[in-house]
Design a protein around this ligand. Structure first.
Ligand SMILES: Cc1ncc(COP(=O)(O)O)c(C=O)c1O
Length: 448
């Protein structure tokens, strides 16, 4: 039986065997666990009282920093007043207020908000909205969904079907939803290694969508879903002009464009959305991670009025228009956390802060060029990746070792394959950025 000492001073042993950990090598982890017991601001504290600088905002989600009193108080107050209310055929004020607050920061026109509880649910919701939209307009033969290679859109069957990650798909290949195809990813080291911000090369890669239109006929395609910047497969920044071209092709063929902004939303890139930063407006945006600072599970889908109205106005007015929803959609506690978080973002101008810090982040991360094992560095906003040469026959092993060494030295980074990813909370200081990347440098030097 593996156990951890939950708190060194109390010496309380906790049996670890019942928790089947997500996206974790369970046996490896339980043999040498890394357990966090508390957090504040930029730092986690481990059970053995070590402070760890959070260079990844938890899982790209704690954008305002940890344990914000305003959020805790708002949730506490809400739970004392109304712990839960059914969201089907009933309402509660804070759900409508949270939708208004989210709509206020979405691109103009994308102001109808559907709530869910995870990025995966937001993606499946968005895909269903796309199908329902075409059907409501008498265009029900548009059933095909297009994703992108190296896309991560969560772990629901919709998400893994449009997603482009082999490991997430292969065990379930017989059960993926039918009629899905993928455009090619945008990553090409020969053309874009060490790009700062958007690579100059690669706008033409969007034309791969025309290839699929020619193959399937656009009249069968409901929607295309892409992350504006692919996060989980290693921060793949869209080439200049690429998203614009995707938008043009979708508009030309009546295909809905969905941006999966689960990672890029709420200041990660210096604006409320990647859409706003990059000047390309999709028809639907999925969001989750930093929506309420990850205090309570919550996600959402922002939908254009045209898409929303086409669905909602299609019925007789007395029937449910969209047969979809979750028991916890707009949960009062999550909605309270959302309002408090959005208030922090506004009051502390955290999106502006992120934009202003981006050049420093870029300078520090690109200073790792030439260090051991590094073969590419890329960044946009407060999001960046350092790609490492893989060890022969052991993909991912080197980045895992760098990750462990960073932890030992007091920095929490993320790794995916042999790519280290960084996305600190937007409250990070310039000194902390220096500390993060100087720690990574030391870790690289100590790694074989
Ligand atoms: C772009 C994107 N979409 C969807 C998801 C799924 O979110 P969740 O893990 O909350 O289901 C993620 C999670 O990392 C993501 O990065």
């Amino acid at each position: 039986m593996n156990t951890i000492t939950e708190n060194v001073s109390l010496s309380k042993e906790v049996d670890m065997e019942n928790f089947w950990m997500p996206f974790t090598a369970n046996k490896q982890f339980k043999a040498a666990p890394r357990i966090l017991k508390s957090a504040k601001g930029m730092y986690f504290t481990t059970v053995d009282d070590k402070k760890i600088l959070d260079a990844s905002s938890g899982l790209w989600c704690v954008n305002a920093g940890h344990c914000r009193e305003e959020i805790i108080e708002a949730v506490h107050k809400q739970m004392m007043e109304l712990d839960y209310a059914p969201p089907f055929q009933m309402g509660h004020p804070i759900a409508f207020e949270a939708a208004k607050a989210i709509a206020a920061v979405m691109p103009a026109g994308l102001d109808r908000i559907f709530f869910a509880n995870s990025g995966s649910e937001a993606v499946d919701t968005a895909l269903k909205i796309a199908l329902a939209y075409h059907r409501a307009r008498g265009d029900g033969q548009r059933t095909r969904l297009i994703g992108r290679e190296r896309g991560y859109s969560g772990v629901g069957f919709g998400g893994i079907s449009v997603g482009g990650i082999l490991a997430n798909r292969k065990a379930y290949s017989g059960a993926l939803i039918p009629g899905v195809d993928h455009i090619s990813h945008t990553h090409n080291l020969a053309e874009m290694a060490y790009s700062k911000g958007q690579p100059a090369w690669g706008a033409h890669l969007a034309d791969d969508l025309e290839r699929l239109c020619a193959l399937h006929d656009p009249s069968t395609i409901a929607a295309v879903i892409v992350e504006p910047v692919a996060g989980s497969t290693g921060v793949l920044v869209p080439p200049q002009g690429y998203l614009e071209r995707l938008r043009e092709i979708c508009t030309k063929h009546g295909i809905l464009l969905i941006f999966d902004e689960v990672i890029t939303g709420f200041g990660r890139l210096g604006k409320a959305t990647a859409s706003e930063l990059l000047g390309v407006t999709p028809d639907i945006i999925t969001m989750a991670k930093a929506m309420n600072n990850a205090a309570i599970p919550m996600s959402g889908v922002a939908v254009s009025r045209q898409v929303h109205d086409s669905i909602v106005n299609a019925g007789p007015g007395t029937a449910i228009e969209f047969f979809h929803g979750y028991t916890y959609s707009a949960h009062p506690a999550a909605a309270a956390a959302c309002l408090a978080t959005q208030d922090i973002y506004r009051r502390e101008k955290l999106f502006d802060r992120s934009l202003a810090l981006a050049p420093k982040f870029e300078k520090e991360i690109h200073a790792l060029r030439g260090e051991p094992h590094v073969k590419d560095i890329r960044n946009l906003g407060l999001m960046g990746a350092v790609e490492l040469e893989s060890r022969d026959g052991a993909p991912g092993a080197r980045a895992y070792d760098v990750f462990l060494k960073c932890m030992e030295k007091g920095v929490l980074a993320r790794f995916t394959g042999d790519i280290m990813a960084f996305s600190p909370p937007l409250i990070v200081s310039e000194g902390q950025l220096e500390e993060i990347f100087s720690t990574v440098k030391k870790a690289l030097h100590e790694t074989a």
